[in-house]
Ligand binder design. Structure first.
Ligand SMILES: Cc1cc2nc3c(=O)[nH]c(=O)nc-3n(C[C@H](O)[C@H](O)[C@H](O)COP(=O)(O)OP(=O)(O)OC[C@H]3O[C@@H](n4cnc5c(N)ncnc54)[C@H](O)[C@@H]3O)c2cc1C
Length: 244
């Protein structure tokens, strides 16, 4: 997020994910796996027979030999509301995070408001929720109340800063709908585990029911990862979207 946003609140319904750095390819999986049998020749082995490589990736995925999927790295820059990051940071294994600070910089007034396509009404029992479309009236009350609440809390934040109160104290009034940004670095194995929990997909043998906003982040991460590692991505889908 830029520093030029100013004090007028901005409302966003999207999240953004940018792949800023990567060293990740299907061949990384193959050479890591083939070291078992080919030793230091494994990198050469990768180039010999692409069909065999595809078969090996499928075998590793099916039998959940997970470690060959760890020898790669992807760093994403993500802008999303704080409530998404609260969920995100629960993913501990194979992840590194750095998030913007509310102690060292003034937080900018960029807030999340659900878009029209966001289903607003929850039905069913815990663990088996279904979300259905909201009415126009429900959408209107969401937008109106969120905007009013965001504006009031940001005004209170600004008043405290103007009175000389420290940022780390004043930020207590800001809501979880405020946008934040972070770098998140992972490997294909930790990303697959994240995707298995944070996306809803008919191919999943173990279904998950994530909050839509973290799923919006996950979908963008998955699309960018699939371009880097198409064979691994296809094998993940073919074997029920379970992390190996
Ligand atoms: C739909 C959904 C609803 C959720 N609802 C809630 C909720 O209501 N309340 C709540 O608090 N959380 C909730 N969570 C968060 C959830 O409990 C996990 O914290 C989150 O999904 C991260 O999963 P993880 O621990 O498997 O991931 P990671 O932390 O990345 O761990 C990956 C894997 O490493 C292993 N591992 C990591 N740490 C340990 C450890 N200390 N001991 C043993 N094995 C370990 C496990 O095999 C684990 O699956 C929810 C998650 C989802 C997807």
């Amino acid at each position: 997020m830029s520093d030029e946003v100013g004090t007028d609140p901005q409302f966003r319904s999207d999240v953004t994910v940018e792949l800023v750095r990567s060293a990740a390819a299907d061949s990384d999986v193959i050479w890591a796996a083939r070291v078992s049998t080919a030793g230091e020749q494994s990198l050469e082995e990768v180039r010999k027979d692409p069909e065999k490589s595809k078969g090996l990736i499928n075998f590793l995925m099916r039998d959940r030999h997970g470690t060959p999927f760890e020898h790669n790295s992807m760093t994403f820059f993500i802008s999303a509301p704080i409530f998404v990051f609260r969920e995100f940071h629960r993913h501990r294994s194979g992840w590194s995070y750095n998030e913007e600070s509310g102690r060292y910089r003034e937080l900018q007034p960029v807030f999340y408001v659900p878009g029209e396509e966001r289903k607003l009404v929850q039905q069913g029992r815990p663990g088996k929720y279904e979300f259905v479309e909201g009415t126009e009236k429900q959408h209107a009350v969401v937008v109106e109340q969120m905007a009013a609440s965001y504006q009031a809390s940001y005004r209170a934040y600004q008043e405290m800063l103007a009175a000389g109160v420290a940022r780390e104290v004043a930020r207590a009034v800001l809501p979880v709908g405020l946008f934040s940004s972070m770098y998140a670095t992972c490997n294909a194995r930790s990303l697959m585990h994240f995707l298995s929990l944070r996306t809803k997909d008919d191919r999943a043998t173990v279904p998950s029911f994530p909050q839509r906003e973290i799923e919006m982040v996950a979908e963008q991460m998955e699309a960018q990862w699939a371009e880097l590692m198409p064979l691994t991505h296809a094998a993940f889908n073919a074997h029920g979207r379970v992390a190996p």
